[in-house]
Design a protein. Structure first.
Lengths: 115, 114
């Protein structure tokens, strides 16, 4: 069965510091991968998605970036964190497909607090 | 782009009563409609979904209905229990450029009162 991991689970970082969050998926190959952010008490905002290695697309302009160095690894980064970057970061995967529509499965999330 | 509206934002029901959450979407290209349940501090969990070629789907105490003409879909929970208390998100999605483009609603906080 498929499993999705995220780490760290929680993180407290000062403003201006760098960020690296990691997501890995097991039990599947060539998944579509997604990064979402959820502000406290709010909905889910799609940040990045990837359909393959080194194929990253951004949904919203921001000071964050994403990379996919391996098929089942997705990394979210920032060079300098802002207070507004605080939130719950969720990685998700879905099967790659041509045609049709498939469900997304979320990782356990990373709770980031920027101080 | 797609816009998903979800109502109500909060809902309180007595244990054993039914709960209904409604969503509307704007893009007729959307063909897949999942519902997620998110408990406090946890990840969203898929609880039920429906595809555009189906009007209704049921799984034990939960059911989802879809009206493609009116572009709205609803989640129905019967015989609610305290463990149903959570935030529920609807979503509308379609395949675009090889990936699942998903737009989420703003969430409904359901409280089931024992």
């Amino acid at each position: 069965s498929q499993t999705i991991h995220q780490w760290p689970a929680t993180l407290v970082q000062p403003v201006g510091s760098p960020l690296s969050l990691e997501c890995t998926v097991e039990g599947t190959s060539n998944p579509n991968l997604y990064w979402y952010r959820q502000a406290a008490g709010r909905g889910l905002q799609l940040l990045f998605y990837s359909i393959g290695i080194d194929q990253i697309s951004s949904e919203v302009p921001q000071n964050l970036s994403a990379s996919r160095p391996q098929d089942r690894q997705f990394i979210l980064s920032s060079k300098k964190l802002l207070l507004s970057d605080s939130g719950f970061y969720l990685c998700a995967w879905s099967p790659s497909q041509v045609g049709g529509a498939y469900e997304q499965y979320f990782g356990p999330g990373t709770r980031l607090t920027v101080t | 782009g797609e816009n998903v509206e979800q109502h109500p934002s909060t809902l309180s029901v007595q244990e054993g009563d039914s709960a209904v959450i409604k969503c509307t979407y704007s893009d007729s290209a959307s063909n897949y409609f999942p519902w997620y349940k998110q408990e406090l501090g946890k990840r969203p969990q898929l609880i039920i979904d429906i595809r555009s070629n189906v009007g209704e789907k049921k799984d034990q105490r939960i059911a989802v209905t879809l009206n493609k003409t009116a572009k709205h879909f609803s989640l129905h929970i019967t015989e609610t229990q305290p463990e149903d208390s959570a935030v529920y998100f609807c979503a509308a999605s379609f395949l675009s450029g090889g990936y699942q483009k998903v737009t989420f609603g703003t969430g409904t906080k359901l409280q089931v009162i024992p």
